[in-house]
Design a protein around this ligand. Structure first.
Ligand SMILES: NC(=O)c1ccc[n+]([C@@H]2O[C@H](COP(=O)([O-])OP(=O)(O)OC[C@H]3O[C@@H](n4cnc5c(N)ncnc54)[C@H](O)[C@@H]3O)[C@@H](O)[C@H]2O)c1
Length: 441
């Protein structure tokens, strides 16, 4: 079979279905992003034959040329995957060959703030078109409890096969933490919930091939809920510590020192730290899936989530107000001041800018007529509301020239003491530089 760089197959789906039987594939991953690509790498690393399906032709072509677009997967990793037989496709005909299909497509919010499952439903339809008896299908995309059973299962069953009888169906949340070098994917226990006990056995055996510990949930709903509990827990605790930061300042208390002290308790406490807000594809989004489910099924609000959202959403405004006060205390109005944003990604040491609080911060600064520029070792071009923000070419010179430097992400590439020495005014929103001439959130 011939595969070009864009992953188009030289055969029609029908023809591939025939030749596929001789060309056995253990795993097909749908959605080769932050979640799908590391999964494909891990499976390929233990010798499984893996293919990938992505509707983005650029992603497919880059992967087939040995280039990674994901922070935690290197080009070298992709080259090794290719050597182990991995190929990416844009044509869903590749699914016909796979014993197991794992769906890792995005689950964003729709315009009205509810779940947008369009990528999941389109992936499920693609799988249904190639489903054969004996196959295993797993959903990994984060979603509200009930999705695997109520949304994915009916689509897979449309052509006639029955889940739990003719094929196995399971949900397994992904717990990947981009940029985290401490916990390798295979070391993080994997929760798996099957539609039936037999489905669970199949899915546990599959993940057991490349994950050290697989934890079986009672069913798909419990596995779906487990992921939302984890992310709602983070969301609520981030909001709590952000509100504590605001309150502590009013009370003349150093919240960072208080957190450091509380963090020494060896049980019953986990330290969270204040910031300009929450970002990424998970924490600001996933709890909405749960509140949607509560509202649509039970008719009332999930109040913890609503409150956490309100507090976290207000943090950029708070940060800008503090920046304005800092400039004022140095005798400068925000209007016309040159403000340099350092780190515009949603967390340190990644290139991912999704839902980054740097966006509302830049927007608010511009609305108040500040001149905004940015620097980020992981981002070359950055726009806010379609208007490009200038990237400073020389960090040291820029820090000296700007009226205010605002540290939003403490990327490890930054020499923080040097920045503090060079900056005219430095506002550290990450609590990394404690000295009298640096303002800390
Ligand atoms: N990024 C994370 O840290 C993280 C962690 C845990 C869980 N998740 C969840 O995993 C899921 C995937 O997230 P991600 O960060 O990997 O997204 P991503 O945007 O990095 O990657 C998704 C990929 O899916 C492709 N895609 C979209 N629709 C498709 C379709 N119908 N068919 C084939 N390909 C399609 C896109 O082109 C993209 O390459 C989401 O539900 C997310 O909430 C993400």
């Amino acid at each position: 079979m011939q595969v070009d760089k864009a992953g188009s197959l030289g055969e029609t789906s029908e023809q591939l279905g025939e030749s596929a039987r001789a060309d056995h594939v253990e795993l097909a991953v749908i959605g080769l992003g932050y979640v799908g690509l590391p999964l494909a790498r891990e499976a390929a690393s233990v010798g499984l034959r893996v293919v990938g399906l992505d509707r983005n032709a650029r992603v497919v072509s880059d992967l087939n040329s040995g280039r990674s677009h994901v922070d935690d997967v290197s080009d070298e990793d992709v080259r090794r995957m290719r050597e182990a037989g991995f190929t990416a496709y844009t044509d869903d005909a590749c699914l016909a060959r796979a014993q197991t299909v794992v769906i890792c497509v995005p689950t964003p919010l729709s315009e009205d703030g509810g779940p947008d499952l369009s990528a999941v439903t389109s992936a499920a339809r693609a799988v249904a078109g190639h489903l054969r008896p004996g196959r295993l299908v797993v959903l990994e995309s984060t979603t509200y409890p009930g999705t695997t059973d109520e949304v994915v299962r009916p689509l897979l069953e449309e052509p006639g096969l029955k889940a739990g009888e003719d094929f196995a169906l399971a949900f397994s949340p992904e717990r990947i933490d981009p940029g985290n070098t401490t916990h390798a994917l295979r070391e993080v226990p994997k929760v798996v919930g099957g539609l039936t006990p037999a489905c669970a056995v199949r899915a546990v055996a599959f993940y057991g091939k490349f994950i050290d510990t697989v934890v079986q949930a009672k069913g798909t709903r419990e596995a779906e809920m487990a992921k939302l509990i984890e992310n709602t827990y983070r969301h609520v605790n981030i909001a709590l510590v952000n509100e504590l930061a605001i309150i502590s300042r009013e009370l003349h208390i150093d919240v960072w020192d208080a957190i450091r002290c509380a963090g020494t308790k060896p049980f019953g406490f986990q330290a969270f730290r204040p910031s300009a807000g929450v970002g990424g594809h998970c924490i600001p989004i996933d709890p909405n899936y749960l509140s949607y489910k509560v509202r649509s099924s039970l008719g009332y609000e999930f109040r913890f989530v609503e409150l956490a959202q309100e507090i976290n959403r207000r943090m950029p405004e708070y940060v800008v107000r503090r920046a304005q006060d800092l400039l004022n205390s140095a005798g400068r109005p925000l209007h016309g001041s040159r403000v340099l944003l350092l780190g515009v990604t949603y967390k340190p040491d990644v290139a991912d800018q999704r839902e980054s609080p740097a966006v509302p911060v830049a927007k608010l600064l511009r609305e108040r007529e500040a001149e905004v520029s940015f620097h980020d070792p992981h981002v070359q071009r950055w726009s806010v509301d379609g208007v490009s923000v200038p990237r400073v070419p020389d960090l040291t010179a820029a820090v000296r020239e700007h009226d205010l430097t605002l540290l939003l992400q403490d990327h490890s590439a930054y020499d923080l003491p040097a920045l503090a020495d060079q900056a005219r005014l430095l506002f550290d929103t990450r609590g990394r530089i404690f000295r009298p001439d640096v303002e800390v959130l």
